[in-house]
Ligand binder design. Structure first.
Ligand SMILES: Nc1nc2c(c(=O)[nH]1)N[C@H]1C(S)=C(S)[C@@H](COP(=O)(O)O)O[C@H]1N2
Ligand SMILES: [Mo]
Length: 198
């Protein structure tokens, strides 16, 4: 199986592989605002809504049939740890965006999740090949506590920009803030500028 290595993306941000103020860990700590939500593969539904030509819904089987790829990514948590060389398999944001057809007035995106978490990004920060909706981690099913069945990865941002248990993406015509962005974490979250708090 081919793996696309995107662990060099720090070069685009004029930074070292390990962003400032981070320490590398081989562990994979769990950070959730609450407990791990239940999900039912029979009733799980993923929706693409808002400023798109076609709003879409996918069952779990339908989502898994979308074209997928495996990427080697680094993971940067705002609390100070980074984990290198994580292999995630899933569907790219741009694949979904193309299927739905993003309208010209869309400028922003809100992700929603089964635990009522939300997080936001400008559209341009989502339309990047490494923004991934992933269901596998290092060759196995993504563990439930790490966001299984499906989570978002944003290796160019601190990891709170990647919603675990994601079940919806909404295209917006103006910016809006998500769960942590309303509670003091940085709206922009660039690890190489240490944009941790707002
Ligand atoms: N749905 C959801 N996604 C979430 C969170 C959460 O509480 N709920 N926590 C965020 C935070 S603050 C971080 S650092 C990462 C942690 O991912 P991990 O638990 O796999 O390390 O998930 C992010 N995505
Ligand atoms: Mo976090």
């Amino acid at each position: 199986m081919s793996i696309t290595d995107v662990t060099h993306l720090h070069e685009e941000f004029d930074g070292e592989r390990l962003p400032p103020g981070q320490r590398e860990t081989s562990k994979f700590p769990v950070l959730s605002k609450g407990s791990t939500p239940d999900w039912n593969p029979e009733t799980w539904e993923f929706s693409v809504t808002g400023a798109v030509e076609d709003e879409l819904t996918f069952s779990w089987d339908e989502f898994r049939d979308l074209p997928s790829e495996t990427q080697r990514q680094d993971f940067h948590c705002v609390t100070g740890w980074s984990k290198f060389d994580c292999d995630f398999t899933g569907v790219t944001f741009t694949t979904l965006a193309e299927l739905a057809g993003v309208k010209d007035d869309a400028v922003h995106v809100m992700f929603s999740a089964l635990d009522d978490y939300t997080t936001n990004l400008p559209l341009a920060d989502c339309m990047r090949d490494e923004v991934l909706f992933a269901w596998d981690f290092d060759g196995d099913t993504l563990p439930r506590e790490h966001g299984g069945p499906l989570r978002v990865l944003t290796p160019h941002k601190y990891a709170y920009k990647g919603a675990k248990w994601v079940d919806g993406v909404e295209f917006l015509t103006e910016p809006k803030r998500g769960y942590w962005e309303r509670r003091g974490y940085s709206n922009t979250a660039n690890p190489w500028n240490e944009e941790r708090y707002s």
